[in-house]
Design a protein around this ligand. Structure first.
Ligand code: ADP
Ligand code: F6P
Ligand code: MG
Length: 328
């Protein structure tokens, strides 16, 4: 049983890339805490706000009408200083000075690495809520924003398929996800891709070219390849160049980019964020200190932050194979 503290004031922040549904999570954290008579402080702009003492008291009315909005009202950011222990100490001192006793961190794997260090170095209670379109966090089947991003990307892919089909063209569509191929795998199956390229399942270029040529030989005139961006956004252009050089194969490129991070969250993301936000506050009240809220087989669970950070969640290979099987 975790040791409880007499909790009176908590802080909440969003960090890393924004994701649709972050506002729904902020609302759920704040309103659950306020219902339990806790004070809630919004920390602006991720870890930078802790360093700059950019704190805002959150009220029930500050949460009005944000459930359906994309982005994050608390702003987000990437804070390079947080990699240095002296800035983490400064952050903790600023939080303590403001009377903040515990944190809810809504972010991705990088944000959780910072969160985990705050607990390890300063024993500061912190609960993570996975918010990233990439769905690359171990210990949870889904992250907040992934469902919306998949649907946003898919609606663009459907449009591209219309024009690809009209012109009998091959398209390489690049989707976000950094080192993870979750978005690619899901939109690839849902969008009927010929081939899905994921960073953790590399495929020789000649193999891809052969597949396209085989499809053409079978009478298929237009195809779509979904490429996860990987380390280097824009790799779809390199791929198209290779197609041209090696096989005189013309491919149009479309990079979907940051539109995938915006927009109103899907119903699923709003529900997930609401459940996770409420659960995170209850976890703090129960004395939990360095855990992440996850969803596993439909159940909301807690997993150690260190497990979420250090374990790798791989792209679902079965979806890559399924897309290949169904692309005849
Ligand atoms: P995400 O949380 O979406 O994965 P990032 O990887 O950009 O996004 O991380 C967000 C922020 O978390 C970074 O800008 C930094 O402030 C903090 N962070 C990331 N990695 C570390 C680390 N190894 N040590 C301390 N802080 C980190
Ligand atoms: O982690 C979310 C994400 O959108 C990745 O999919 C993408 O690689 C990255 O952030 C883009 O970051 P930025 O907005 O800083 O270009
Ligand atoms: Mg990340």
């Amino acid at each position: 049983m975790a040791e409880k503290i007499n909790l009176q004031k908590i802080g909440v922040f969003t960090s890393g890339g924004d994701a649709p549904g972050m506002n729904a999570a902020i609302r759920a954290v704040s309103r659950t805490a306020l219902q339990k008579n806790l004070e809630v402080v919004g920390i602006m702009g991720g870890y930078q706000g802790m360093i700059d003492k950019d704190f805002q008291q959150l009220t029930p009315r500050a949460m009005a009408n944000i459930l359906q909005r994309g982005g994050t009202i608390l702003k987000t950011g990437r804070c390079p200083e947080f990699h240095k222990p002296e800035f983490r100490t400064l952050a903790i001192n600023n939080l303590k000075e403001a009377g903040i006793q515990a944190l809810v961190c809504i972010g991705g794997d990088g944000s959780f690495t910072g969160a985990q260090l705050l607990y390890k170095e300063h024993q500061f209670p912190i609960i993570g809520i996975p918010g990233t379109i990439d769905n690359d966090i171990w210990g949870t089947d889904l992250t907040i924003g992934f469902d919306t991003a998949v649907n946003t990307a898919l609606s663009s892919i459907d449009k591209i398929r219309d024009t690809a089909d009209s012109h009998d063209r091959l398209f390489i569509i690049e989707v976000m996800g950094r080192n993870s191929g979750f978005i690619a795998a899901n939109v690839g199956v849902a969008g009927g891709a010929e081939e899905i390229l994921a960073p953790d399942f590399p495929m020789p270029i000649d193999h891809i070219i052969n597949r396209i040529q085989d499809a053409r030989a079978r009478g298929k005139k237009s195809s779509v390849i979904i490429a996860a961006e990987g380390e280097k956004p824009g790799r779809a252009y390199d791929l198209a160049e290779q197609f041209r050089k090696r096989a005189n194969l013309e491919a149009k490129v479309s990079i979907l980019g940051h539109q995938q991070r915006g927009g109103s969250p899907s119903a699923n993301d709003r529900i997930l964020a609401s459940q996770m936000g409420a659960f995170a506050v209850q976890a703090l009240l129960n004395g939990e200190k360095d855990k992440m809220v996850g969803i596993q087989a439909g159940n909301i669970v807690l997993v150690p932050l260190s497990d979420a950070v250090f374990n790798e969640k791989r792209t679902p290979e079965h979806l890559l194979e399924l897309a290949r099987l169904l692309a005849m």
